[in-house]
Design a protein around this ligand. Structure first.
Ligand code: ADP
Length: 160
C-alpha cells in the first residue's frame, strides 16, 4: 500500500491555533501531513517564512508524521512532487466553502490524482484568522491565546 500523504497548504502568516488543530486532526487520518508554506515573492509577508518554519517545527516536534516545507508555484504541482494524493484544508464558514470549492476544482484539474479533504474547524477556533491576528498584533495587543508559540513584538518582527 502507498503511504497516504496529505499536503496542508497555506500562507500561514502567521500559523495559528486553528491551523494547529487541523494538522493535529489530520495526522490521525493520514500517514503523513506536510505543512506547505506557499511562497510568493511578489507578496510581502508579515511573519518571515524562516521564523514560521522554526516555530512550526517546534510545535510538531513530538509528532514524527508532521513536517513543514516551503514551495513556490502551484500547490497541485508541489503535491505531486512530494507524493501527496490528498490536500487538506480547514473550513470555517460558508465564505471559506465558496472559495475552497473553486480551488479544489482547479487543483483537481491540474492534478487528477489529488483529492481535497476538508475538516470543519473546531468551534473554539472558528473565528481565528491570520489577518485578524496581524491586525491585533500590529497595534501592540496580545495575541498569545491565538498562537501555539510566542510571536516577537511588532518592531522586532519588522526588523527580522
Ligand atoms: P490561504 O492563504 O491559502 O487561505 P491560510 O494560511 O489563511 O492560507 O489558511 C490555510 C488553511 O487553513 C485554509 O484551508 C484555511 O481555511 C484554514 N484555516 C485558516 N484559519 C483556520 C481556523 N481558524 N481553523 C481551521 N482552519 C483554518
Amino acid at each position: 500500500m502507498h503511504k497516504k500523504i496529505a499536503i496542508f497548504p497555506g500562507s500561514f502568516d502567521p500559523f495559528t491555533r486553528g491551523h494547529e488543530d487541523i494538522v493535529l486532526r489530520g495526522r490521525l487520518l493520514f500517514d503523513e501531513v506536510v505543512i506547505g508554506i506557499g511562497h510568493n515573492s511578489q507578496k510581502q509577508r508579515y511573519c518571515p517564512i524562516s521564523l514560521m518554519i522554526e516555530q512550526i517545527n517546534e510545535v510538531f516536534k513530538p509528532y514524527d508524521n508532521v513536517r513543514v516545507e516551503t514551495f513556490v508555484g502551484l500547490t497541485a504541482v508541489f503535491a505531486q512532487k512530494i507524493g501527496a494524493n490528498y490536500l487538506l484544508r480547514g473550513l470555517r464558514n460558508t465564505t471559506d466553502f465558496e472559495y475552497e470549492n473553486s480551488i479544489a476544482q482547479a487543483n483537481r484539474h491540474v492534478n487528477k490524482e489529488l483529492d481535497t479533504v476538508f475538516l470543519i474547524t473546531s468551534p473554539q477556533f472558528a473565528y481565528i484568522s491570520s489577518s485578524l491576528i496581524r491586525d491585533i498584533h500590529k497595534y501592540g495587543k496580545d495575541v498569545t491565546e491565538y498562537l501555539p508559540y510566542e510571536l516577537p513584538a511588532y518592531e522586532d518582527l519588522m526588523n527580522m
